[in-house]
Design a protein around this ligand. Structure first.
Ligand SMILES: Cc1cc2nc3c(=O)[nH]c(=O)nc-3n(C[C@H](O)[C@H](O)[C@H](O)COP(=O)(O)OP(=O)(O)OC[C@H]3O[C@@H](n4cnc5c(N)ncnc54)[C@H](O)[C@@H]3O)c2cc1C
Length: 453
């Protein structure tokens, strides 16, 4: 492997700086454990962190009235080892900070979600994907050790192979219900300063899917995602790291990345600008008008928009007819059927498309779910900000269709499953097994209680 560009940026546990970072981390963990051990009440508890949450804000989310555990300072990078290409960090580190730190070393996290302030803990406990997912799955698939604080204030080290392997696997998509993630160890991958993008425009679903499949089979690009502008204008965006660029574009003020995929066949971006090209919204960009972006666009990234939505939720949002924002995961073999149905019954475009390799049969999904699935490739189809029409509950309509097609959706927004339906998809026994160790009094709530309407 070639020598990293700036070896001095690596953080080693042997240096005074590394020792100090580890000591600070121990102190924080002890503080949280003490608070949990001395807590008398068994009422639900949520975390209070520094950067805004990227869950879809809900007016009546129970987390707003919960007692809080303070984890706002769990936001340090503890160690970067460029030789072994690993990073150890606290869960509140946002991806933009991580990339800023590791890129000068010629390395980046293997999966970098597209919004700057998504944190590494949120990426594991929520659900995060991006254009490297067609090769590597989700960010959690690149992690190999978690430190977890239980509801009773114990610290567990969980790896895929030790006695806490089930807890390790169940952290992903647990939405804070299994325990508090306090430290993560994950792999990094070699990176270059620029990304060269090619936007392939397809006129039919068949040709679009054939191209996705060909790139998946050949693993011939570093990045693959796409924007479906309409059923006859489907852009597939494939990219590679490159050392130099004849020009660069950025999409964090006046220009909108998803719109560019319909206009340009090629583009060059600096690597950080590529990773966070959707930070002003993937397909639901704010401000929408050119004038609005000219005046405010520089200051309104995803973080600011979500913060405003959260603070003003009583004025702007409704839990009765919420806009539809949802990530759906379809087996590749059922995608054509899904897209044809979607165009008829939803008809809301553009859509964000993220192919996702099935790297592991996740323990948090029910056995019956896996039994019906032979695909090696799943595809995330993400819908942002669709207005609901008439009396139809479009979230519910989607849940029913996904069940029919052996798909799932992430739980980041509104979920209308009955409890029985829910546990046909998610693995009730595995959740019960880990909760018995990490949260026997259920102060973090069950996954159903936390995420369903
Ligand atoms: C408008 C919008 C756009 C999005 N776009 C993208 C995108 O482009 N790419 C992408 O990958 N994802 C996207 N997401 C999804 C996003 O990645 C997930 O919602 C992710 O979980 C958010 O991480 P966060 O750091 O904001 O965590 P939070 O929102 O704070 O937390 C997410 C969940 O994880 C739990 N959690 C967080 N930290 C911990 C911890 N330390 N211990 C235990 N539990 C914890 C929380 O309790 C919560 O239930 C988007 C979501 C929205 C709403």
């Amino acid at each position: 492997m070639k020598e990293p560009m700036n070896a001095q940026l690596s953080i080693s546990p042997e240096t005074p700086e590394g020792v100090a970072r580890n000591a600070r981390h121990q102190y924080k963990v002890e503080r949280v454990c003490t608070q949990l051990r001395h807590r008398q009440s068994r009422t639900p508890l949520s975390r209070h962190k520094k950067v805004v949450s990227h869950m879809v804000p809900k007016v009546h989310d129970k987390k707003y009235s919960d007692e809080k555990i303070n984890v706002h300072d769990f936001n340090e990078i503890i160690e970067v080892d460029p030789k072994r290409r690993i990073c150890i960090a606290e869960p509140g580190v946002p991806f933009c900070t991580l990339v800023e730190h590791t890129l000068p070393l010629g390395l980046v996290p293997i999966v970098v979600p597209e919004l700057k302030t998504i944190t590494i803990g949120g990426a594991v406990a929520g659900c995060s994907i991006e254009s490297m997912s067609y090769r590597f799955g989700g960010f959690h698939d690149t992690c190999f050790e978690y430190e977890i604080i239980t509801a009773r204030g114990e610290v567990l080290i969980c790896t895929p192979d030790n006695e806490h392997s089930l807890i390790f696997q169940m952290m992903h998509g647990s939405f804070g219900t299994v325990g508090i993630l306090s430290k993560l160890v994950f792999r990094l991958v070699e990176a270059k300063p620029f990304v060269h993008l090619k936007h392939e425009m397809h006129q039919s679903i068949d040709s679009y899917l054939a191209s996705i499949w060909s790139h998946f089979e050949n693993q011939d690009v570093d990045f693959m995602d796409g924007i479906i502008h309409s059923p006859t204008r489907l852009a597939l965006c494939v990219g590679d790291f490159v050392d130099s660029a004849p020009y660069t574009n950025r999409y964090d003020w006046l220009k909108v990345y998803y719109q560019s995929t319909a206009r340009r066949s090629e583009d060059f971006l600096k690597t950080p600008h590529y990773f966070f090209r959707y930070d002003h919204g993937v397909t639901n960009v704010h401000p929408k008008s050119f004038l609005g972006r000219l005046l405010l666009g520089k200051f309104l990234g995803s973080s600011q928009i979500l913060r405003i939505a959260e603070k003003m939720r009583w004025f702007f949002l409704s839990d009765d007819r919420p806009d539809v924002t949802v990530d759906t995961f379809l087996p590749f073999s059922r995608l054509k059927e899904f897209l044809e149905w979607y165009a008829r019954d939803f008809g809301h475009f553009p859509l964000w498309v993220v192919p996702y390799r099935r790297v592991h049969d996740y323990e948090w999904l029910a056995d019956t779910f896996w039994k019906g699935l032979s695909d090696r490739l799943m595809v995330d189809i993400a819908i942002y900000g669709m207005k609901q029409r008439g009396e139809t509950n479009y979230y519910r309509l989607m849940e029913e269709k996904l069940k029919e097609l052996n798909g799932i959706k992430t739980l980041i927004s509104y979920n209308y499953y009955t409890e029985d339906e829910f546990w046909e998809i998610f693995h009730r026994d595995n959740f019960a097994r880990v909760k018995a160790i990490t949260d026997p009094d259920n102060i973090f709530r069950t996954l159903f209680e936390k995420t369903c309407h």
